[in-house]
Ligand binder design. Structure first.
Ligand code: FMN
Length: 182
């Protein structure tokens, strides 16, 4: 399976989990870069945008997903929502007919709201969602123990199994034009 792994990461944990996933699946990594600086009130505006379901401006955005057969979309969770960079990607990418998998990275692994909002956007773009997963990143509390880089990469390695299974053709699923299961 030729996977594209799209991710945004402000503090680095989502990026490390994405790295583990790409190492295990041989997927291509593509980082989304938010053009807004997080200094001088930028973080407050970014959080407000996340809460309102708004996007941002990306640096050198690449919205093409061809020739990848599957797209994994990874976001940190901010106040129960996907990061604005990911919202912008979902609003602009050419995802019609694509099979996608959502991964939400949070300080807790219980963010169904962020996942269902992303799912809604993906379906509105004509994509199908074959599955979703959650991963533990940094806990936004200075007293909390931070997972090490190695632990975060290992989370991506573990997630690869559910991603691989979700993209496996299901019995009775449609067959693509070249005779290969979609
Ligand atoms: C302002 C802010 C709000 C957050 N809100 C949530 C949340 O609602 N749920 C959650 O599980 N984690 C939340 N987190 C934790 C982040 O999702 C977590 O630290 C994640 O690992 C950050 O990803 P990154 O290192 O790739 O930037 C929040 C973090 C920040 C800074």
């Amino acid at each position: 399976m030729n996977l594209l792994i799209i991710y945004y990461s402000r503090e680095g944990s989502t990026g490390l989990i994405a790295r583990g996933l790409s190492q295990t699946t041989s997927g291509t990594l593509r980082e989304l870069v938010d053009s807004r600086t997080m200094a001088n009130g930028g973080m407050f505006r970014a959080l407000l945008a996340a809460l309102l379901g708004l996007g941002t401006t990306l640096v050198d955005p690449d919205y093409t997903v061809e020739p990848h057969e599957g797209v994994v979309i990874m976001t940190p969770v901010w106040l129960g929502n996907p990061a604005p960079a990911v919202t912008t990607f979902l609003g602009n990418a050419h995802l019609k007919g694509k099979r996608t998998f959502i991964i939400a990275v949070g300080g807790t692994a219980g963010n169904p709201g962020a996942i269902s909002r992303m799912e809604k956007r993906l379906r509105a773009q004509g994509a199908s969602v074959v599955g979703h997963g959650e991963a533990l990143g940094y806990i936004p509390d200075p007293r909390a123990v931070r997972p090490s880089d190695e632990e975060l990469v290992a989370e991506g390695v573990v997630l690869a199994e559910s991603v691989r299974k979700a993209f496996e053709p299901q019995p009775g699923s449609p067959v693509g034009p070249a005779g290969t299961p979609e």
